[in-house]
Ligand binder design. Structure first.
Ligand SMILES: [Zn+2]
Length: 238
């Protein structure tokens, strides 16, 4: 009996994860995780920043290789490092929204959308004078009413494949890089973390992994582009 109860709970947890948080689930509506193409194009994305010195180090690696990427920024982090956010924009990378606080519990507040999504658009406007059209939920969380509201606000939800499921635990850069190289396919969207949710955290292994991935995939004939280029749409409304 206990075994059966545990089994039912595990199955329900797995189904909930798939519906609400998986990279791939499209049950509640379109949540782009990859784009169909035959060209060897790949989009590198960075979540939870800006976070120094890691965001700047990633910018240097991208610049050395003449690569553009997409940064899904947290509003609180923009307020912490406005100059770094401006540096990302000035370097020609694309910027998308990743909520104001990255707090999971806020998803359950009735005013979540105003608090985390609309408020973040105001932060982008205030500090960078842009209105992003790309949105990635923290933990890729989604539910039908959220997707409907994003759509009506002209925001496109962007999922992707995590570079490594244990990246945030600062595992070895070589392990992260090997996982990404396995996932590399035409039209893939890869999720790295230059920050740590809404706070600050050590991302040295991620920075190193990004360099390794770029070196290898360039040799394999890949070209790195931003999400808006991959989707052929504007990244900002103004
Ligand atoms: Zn995040």
């Amino acid at each position: 009996m206990i075994f059966l109860s545990i089994l039912i709970i595990l199955v329900l947890l797995a189904i909930s994860y798939w519906l609400f948080m998986s990279s791939y689930s499209q049950v509640f509506g379109r949540y782009i995780w990859r784009v169909r193409t035959r060209e060897k194009l790949i989009a590198l994305t960075f979540d939870d920043g800006p976070n120094e010195p890691y965001t700047s180090q990633i910018l240097d690696i991208l610049s050395e290789n003449n690569i553009k990427a997409t940064f899904f920024m947290v509003g609180n982090c923009i307020e912490r490092y406005p100059d770094v956010a401006r540096k990302v924009l000035a370097a020609g990378h694309s910027i998308g929204s990743h909520s104001v606080s990255h707090r999971f519990r806020n998803y359950f507040r009735p005013n979540f959308y105003q608090l985390e999504v609309l408020k973040n658009q105001e932060i982008f406007d205030k500090y960078l004078n842009i209105t992003p059209t790309l949105y990635r939920s923290p933990w890729l969380w989604r539910y039908p009413s959220l997707l409907r509201r994003l759509k009506s606000a002209g925001l496109t939800p962007i999922s992707g494949e995590f570079c490594h499921s244990l990246e945030v635990f600062k595992i070895d850069a070589n392990k992260i890089a090997r996982a990404v190289i396995k996932k590399a396919k035409p039209g893939a969207i890869i999720i790295f973390h230059d920050g740590k949710e809404g706070g600050v955290g050590d991302r040295a292994q991620t920075v190193q992994a990004v360099g390794l991935v770029i070196t290898r995939l360039l040799k394999d004939g890949y070209r790195f582009i931003t999400i808006d280029e991959l989707l052929k749409k504007d990244q900002y409304n103004k």
